[in-house]
Structures are given as structure tokens and as C-alpha cells.
Design a protein. Structure first.
Length: 166
């Protein structure tokens, strides 16, 4: 039976997140919402059995630049979180490259890797505001699916389990 492992790679605190910084600027310029900050993270969904040791090795040796990035240390706050993934059937070339890299590490148990992005909108507490930002600036409904949820504790993925197509 195959499992699913989710890895989120984000910039360390104090390191400029250029994607989040640029998105906040776009939100401000378009007057979409009052956002204190935007934090982004690259998401990797690995399908297959992955031990804790293999997960740590994949994070350290393949996905994360230890100078500026970390596997997301989660800080719960007053924010909405938007996760965006390619829809099934849409080619994910980065995911295919990561899967090959994992196999090059000698880890053969991962059958598929899908990539996505996570955005934390600090200061946004209403779902409809986060949805407006996502639909205006982030989601192409032809190729993406997204989920929007309040920021939750690291082990509490229940709020993010339901996906919404936009």
C-alpha cells in the first residue's frame, strides 16, 4: 500500500522570500486586500512508501538549500493558507525531475512526485479574501486545483484535506 508524504520548503525567517514579497506587492498595487505579509513555500507530494530517514535525506540532499531554506517550520498565526497544485493529467516536469533525483539517491519506493505552491497570507482571516487573491493572481483554472484554509498546527492537515477546483 502506497503512502503520501508532503514536504514544504520555505525560506528561513529573516531571508527575503522573493515570491512572497512580489505577490504582496501585486496584492497591494491591485488593492485586493490588506495583507501584512505573504510567505511562500514549494510543495512536493511524494507517492510511495518513504521512511523518515529517506524523507530527511530527500529534504537535505535534494530539495532544500540549507543556507536560505528550511523544510517549513510552521508558525500558526492569523492567516489564510492557499495550496495550489497541478490538476491530475497536467504534466508536472519539475515533479518528474524530482522523482528522477530521488531515484538517483537510490530511493526507489517513490512512484510519483507532484509539485505545488503554498501561500500564507498574514493578516487575512476571511476565506473569500484569500480566494479572491488566489483567483486573481495565482490560479489558472484550466491547470490548477487549490485549497484554502485557516492556518493550522503542523499535524492538523484535516482542514486542508478537501480540495476545491477553481
Amino acid at each position: 500500500m502506497a503512502g503520501t508524504t508532503l514536504i514544504a520548503v520555505a525560506h528561513k525567517p529573516g531571508i527575503l522570500d522573493p515570491v512572497g514579497h512580489g505577490l504582496k506587492k501585486d496584492i497591494d498595487e491591485l488593492g485586493l486586500a490588506s495583507v501584512k505579509a505573504v510567505r511562500s513555500a514549494q510543495l512536493y507530494r511524494l507517492e510511495g512508501e518513504v521512511s523518515n530517514g529517506d524523507r530527511e535525506r530527500i529534504e537535505k540532499d535534494l530539495l532544500c538549500d540549507p543556507i536560505i531554506q528550511q523544510c517549513e517550520a510552521h508558525s500558526v498565526g492569523k492567516s489564510m493558507v492557499v495550496d495550489i497544485w497541478y490538476k491530475p493529467g497536467v504534466t508536472d516536469v519539475v515533479g518528474d525531475s524530482v522523482r528522477k533525483g530521488i531515484h538517483d539517491l537510490g530511493i526507489e519506493t517513490v512512484q510519483e512526485v507532484r509539485t505545488g505552491m503554498r501561500y500564507h497570507f498574514d493578516g487575512v482571516t476571511k476565506r473569500d479574501v484569500a480566494e479572491k487573491i488566489a483567483l486573481t493572481l495565482l490560479v489558472n483554472p484550466l491547470v490548477h486545483e487549490s485549497s484554502i484554509s485557516p492556518d493550522t498546527a503542523p499535524g492538523d492537515q484535516a482542514a486542508r484535506s478537501a480540495r476545491h477546483d477553481h
